[in-house]
Write a protein that binds this ligand. Structure first.
Ligand code: FES
Length: 160
């Protein structure tokens, strides 16, 4: 990764936008990448504007890398005021916004955000995503805090 890109990612991370659960969301989408183990959940709330249903606000939570968080931060700002169709038409390069082109090894980080967006906004996915996440929780952390029977989670000591 170039120093330039690393600087832009750090700049986005210095003031991350739209972090956290959106309590009154109309849609939620969750995706994970099995290869790197990152997860991202996106909440979307709509409002009516000039006879159209547009995105009022989108928020996210991520157990993801810096690039995924930076893209999610930029993308949740970018999709404000867009219809679901307009947001779904955005490609990974659009969602990465001012980060600019990502190197091949980081493109899947933006695809994680794109996937969560499609999971939330695709009409068919929307119907299924309104139910609680696997594990019974509504947030990503809940998913881990309420693991399936037989699964033991160990939390690392922050002091070390
Ligand atoms: Fe996998 Fe970034 S390294 S989402």
């Amino acid at each position: 990764m170039t120093d330039d890109l690393q600087d832009r990612i750090q700049a986005a991370l210095a003031h991350p936008q739209n972090l956290g659960e959106l309590a009154d969301a109309d849609a939620v989408g969750t995706v994970g990448n099995a290869e790197c183990g990152e997860m991202l959940r996106l909440w979307v709330r709509f409002r009516d504007q000039d006879g159209k249903r547009v995105i009022d606000r989108a928020t996210f939570q991520s157990f993801g890398c810096e690039t995924a968080i930076a893209v999610a931060s930029l993308a949740t700002e970018l999709i404000r005021g867009k219809t679901a169709e307009e947001a779904l038409a955005l490609k990974t390069g659009d969602l990465a916004g001012e980060l600019g082109p990502l190197p091949p090894m980081k493109i899947h980080c933006a695809q994680l955000v794109e996937g969560a967006l499609h999971s939330a906004l695709d009409p068919e996915a929307e119907k299924t995503q309104k139910s609680p996440a696997p594990g019974g929780g509504s947030t990503l952390l809940d998913s881990f805090a309420k693991p399936k029977p037989g699964v033991k989670l160990t939390f690392l000591d922050e002091e070390k």
